[in-house]
Design a protein around this ligand. Sequence first.
Ligand SMILES: Cc1cc2nc3c(=O)[nH]c(=O)nc-3n(C[C@H](O)[C@H](O)[C@H](O)COP(=O)(O)OP(=O)(O)OC[C@H]3O[C@@H](n4cnc5c(N)ncnc54)[C@H](O)[C@@H]3O)c2cc1C
Length: 404
Amino acid sequence: MSRRGVLDAVVVGAGVVGTAAALGLARQGLQVALVEGREPSSWRHDVPDLRVFAVAPDNIALLERLGVWEAILSARAQPYRNMRVWDAAGGGELVFDADRLGRRELGWIVENGLLIDRLWKAALGAGVELHCPDKLIAREVSEDGRSEVLTLASGERLRARLVVAADGADSPLRQMAGIDAPRHEYGQRGLVGFIRHSRSHQSTCWQRFLPGGPLAFLPFADADDGSPRSSIVWSLPDKDAERLLAVDDDAFLAELARAFDGPLGELTGVSRRAAFPLRRQLAATQLSGRMVLVGDAAHAVHPLAGQGVNLGLRDINALLATLSQSGPRDGARRDDDVGASHRLKRWNRQRRSDAAVSAYAFEAINRVFSNDAVVPTLMRGHLLGLAGRTPSMTRALWRHAAGL
Ligand SMILES: Cc1cc2nc3c(=O)[nH]c(=O)nc-3n(C[C@H](O)[C@H](O)[C@H](O)COP(=O)(O)OP(=O)(O)OC[C@H]3O[C@@H](n4cnc5c(N)ncnc54)[C@H](O)[C@@H]3O)c2cc1C
């Protein structure tokens, strides 16, 4: 079946990044289709999504502009006002404090499922044409070179000026385009779950570096029984992650308490746990003809700085800014070509460079800190302490993480 007319954009993949892209493009008056292989399960207040993100201020501003932040905030979002980072081998501590940085909060902890749910509803309300469940299976350039033709598993063929590949780390679109994306496996997994504890989390993100990898506690809304609760991301060697997924809750909590050794009091309960593989993967380019790669399709980074989804949303923020520079849209008939590659080249250079700097910086930090050799062990507490005692350095680190 062939679709009539040419769409402005087709977004493939309705994770957080793809759905934000479809919504943002539709809000600019473009005709947009969104293709997703899996029907998302609706978000439920009583079953928090294990995958949570620390969303940085620039991306909260994006969600505000997209008109979804209020709906997310009224459902559940936890502000964090402090971050404390220290090393298990001792030394100083790096502290980010909202008051000292002149902010109400440093960012917000939000569930993946809630973000997708509210973005998805807003996208449908903004007129995005949804193809779900359906899968992209082939991509070709039209004969006149002015559009791309995407074939879906249902037999539908979509033509568009711009294709946004938001189809995740194994991106079929990236592979079809032959874009190289070397992958480096860290041999670590991110173990996630919710932990109840006896003392308040004080709206603070806590991160302790251990020889096996960093352990982070991110503040979350109180549990139904009123206990303070945090979400953890524990980066561990593969075999330790497997073992800790398999042990019973009491054994898990005992090991977690030893590893954290932090100020949250007794660890009193744990939810279901899951783990995801940690890798660095950078696509050689984020632009191929009329197609842009965004989110995990373009880059996967170590979660130690909580930047994974933030980098993906920054791809969208920059894309929307680039396209809006081409003039106001009337939403009806436009002759300008949103997918023309000359428009997107600068976007590609900037986004590729931001992703590469982040990926290699996090990797260097992970190498120095997930290590029990003598020299790095002696260095790192000292480095954290030095950064923590130098306000200009703290401020510069914070501004980079916050996307300001
Ligand atoms: C289990 C797990 C837990 C994680 N936990 C954390 C965490 O705690 N903190 C953190 O910061 N990061 C976490 N991450 C990483 C984070 O989830 C990603 O950085 C972020 O979700 C990337 O979003 P995305 O929209 O780019 O891609 P994705 O969320 O991967 O979305 C890609 C979408 O594309 C769809 N798709 C793929 N192929 C096709 C096709 N051919 N046709 C149609 N649709 C297609 C998929 O169904 C999927 O919905 C986790 C990752 C995983 C896998």
